[in-house]
Design a binder for this molecule. Structure first.
Ligand code: PSU
Ligand code: MN
Length: 304
């Protein structure tokens, strides 16, 4: 069976030229940010990738076709569409088979990127172990994907709504390299640092690319998580966010929000409770990740 897969014009050209490509996800557009900032951010992030010397490939499923790179009108309509499915490993194949529409999470974007031969992907923050996972069992499929799919994911760590200690414990258990970029501690999404020591530290895109290539050469499955701190002028101190996150979590609990709805609910409430400050920071960190991912993608091409 052939996979219905199509490339945007710029991605098709980059593939022909063997030029660096950076995958971008679409759940952050449909479920992570409100309209119109979601579309504006997606466009700005794509331009950041171009300005840093790579080609952006925003990934989504539209009418049963896996799109590797969206044209401007497609990006715009995805950002305004209602009831778009949030696709992970469990549902991406079914969505394509049934001719549906869906936005790809970190896990599904990694799968699509690998199918398209793209080895670097930028997002905001990965999913992870939710607080209270000891009773809810809510652990993002993003973690297992990092363990099995050979794509380097550049994020500002895991989203701070999660239990970050447990998230990094699970990543260690799964054998996922967690690399802090340019510092000794792990960043915590909206905050540039934390009290968690980084398992690995790298200071250049070249080292990060080399480590992924070495991993694959050694027959080790899976990718790498690069934790790139939010620029310090854009960060929100953890102590400012802590009560906001606590309130959003208790509201989610009171309203029995579960499964795929948890992360979008929490991000939406934190946006409201911070009067948009969380979104401003989220945009800054995604842009920062896109620029680093472009440099890593260029190094992957150079070192291949
Ligand atoms: N990064 C952001 N905002 C987001 C996401 C990432 O800055 O909304 C999305 C990604 O698609 C990630 C998903 O895979 O949140 C995690 O969802 P869950 O916790 O349900 O696995
Ligand atoms: Mn979940």
């Amino acid at each position: 069976m052939t996979i219905p897969m199509t490339f945007s014009a710029e991605v098709a050209a980059a593939r022909l030229a063997g030029a660096p490509i950076v995958a971008l996800e679409s759940t952050i557009i449909t479920h992570g940010m409100p309209f119109p900032q979601n579309v504006e951010t997606a466009q700005i992030v794509e331009q950041d990738v171009r300005d840093a010397g790579a080609t952006p490939a925003t990934i989504a499923v539209m009418n049963g076709t896996l799109h590797i790179g969206l044209e401007a009108d497609e990006l715009n309509s995805l950002g305004q569409a209602q009831n778009v499915a949030k696709l992970s490993r469990a549902d991406i194949a079914a969505c394509i088979a049934m001719g549906g529409n869906g936005a790809t999470t970190v896990a599904a974007t990694m799968i699509a990127a690998q199918l398209a031969g793209i080895s670097v992907f930028a997002t905001g923050g990965i999913g992870g172990v939710h607080r209270g996972a000891e009773t809810s069992f809510d652990i993002s499929a993003d973690l297992h994907e990092l363990a099995q799919t050979a794509v380097t994911v550049v994020a500002a760590g895991a989203k701070a709504i999660l239990d970050l200690d447990k998230t990094f414990e699970v990543l260690e258990t799964l054998g996922v390299p967690v690399i802090a970029y340019g510092q000794d501690t792990l960043p915590a999404f909206w905050s540039a640092t934390s009290d968690m020591p980084a398992p690995l530290r790298m200071d250049s895109a070249a080292e990060i690319a080399r480590a992924q290539i070495m991993r694959s050469a050694m027959g080790l499955s899976g990718g790498q998580l690069v934790c790139n701190p939010i620029p310090s002028d854009a960060q929100i101190p953890a102590e400012v966010l802590a009560p906001v996150i606590a309130q959003a979590l208790s509201e989610a609990d009171a309203q029995n929000i579960s499964a795929k709805a948890v992360t979008p609910f929490l991000l939406g409430r934190i946006f409201e409770l911070t009067e948009g400050r969380s979104l401003t920071a989220n945009i800054a960190l995604v842009r920062n990740n896109a620029r680093l991912a472009a440099k890593i993608a260029a190094e992957m091409v150079n070192q291949a």
